[in-house]
Design a protein around this ligand. Structure first.
Ligand code: DX5
Ligand code: ZN
Length: 214
């Protein structure tokens, strides 16, 4: 299992330093949660902040856009140094146009589904993306409880990817830690996001290593 620490749980007074620490702790990706206070009831940070912290690691930046109009801001996040951009299928932007825009900048694209959105919603786009991100909490906040009833959805998407012989990664996000990461691995998750589990751990390096074993 690859691990993408969610920087949402970091100390933002030393954002760059926290990224460097996660790099040294063995993180596979840096997960950056962008919220606009409109698509979700919380506001975090945008492209200028990501640009400032880009130089603190060479690990890939996995940028999760929880914003209403992702298409409008794709250039900004590409300029800021995103390696993968995921956006919500429930957003107001056209999925095909948004995926094309991301790819035109040489960046990997992924679609995100909220808990209430069924697996089939992403099937029409599976051939076009590099990643599907399945939310295992309602997006908006860190520290929520993992929704185990999302596991069948992950399996459904994994099966469809296999049936079509595609090379699409599955990422899961929300409430993931030692107590449920094996379930995620079993269901077919390739990358797990972990905020609280990593940042509240006494020894983040040990915790990441343990989670990677799943
Ligand atoms: C929620 C975010 C997640 C979240 C993960 O909207 O997308 O990335 O911060 O944090 P934990 O692991 O604490 O649920
Ligand atoms: Zn996220």
């Amino acid at each position: 299992m690859k691990i993408a620490p969610s920087l949402l749980s970091c100390d933002f007074s030393k954002f760059g330093e926290e990224i460097r620490l996660m790099d040294l702790a063995g993180a596979d990706y840096m997960h950056l949660d962008v919220m606009d206070g409109h698509f979700v009831p919380n506001i975090t940070f945008g492209a200028p902040v990501i640009k400032y912290v880009r130089s603190f690691t060479e690990k890939p930046f996995d940028v999760h856009l929880m914003i209403s109009e992702p298409l409008k801001y794709i250039d900004d996040f590409c300029d800021a140094g995103a390696d993968i951009i995921t956006f919500h299928i429930e957003s107001d932007s056209d999925p095909v146009k948004t995926i094309e825009k991301i790819h035109s900048r040489g960046v990997k694209a992924g679609l995100v589904v909220k808990p209430k959105t069924p697996a089939e919603a992403v099937f029409p786009y599976l051939d076009e993306v590099e990643m599907i991100l399945v939310m295992t909490v309602e997006p908006g906040f860190g520290g929520q409880s993992f929704m185990a009833d999302m596991l069948p959805k992950i399996r459904e998407i994994k099966n469809e990817i296999g049936r079509r012989g595609l090379d699409v990664l599955i990422e899961a996000d929300g409430g993931i830690g030692a107590q449920n990461i094996a379930l995620c691995a079993e269901a077919g998750v390739d990358i797990s996001v972990a905020g609280t589990a990593v940042f509240k751990a006494e020894d983040p390096k040990k915790t990441i290593a343990e989670l990677q074993k799943a």
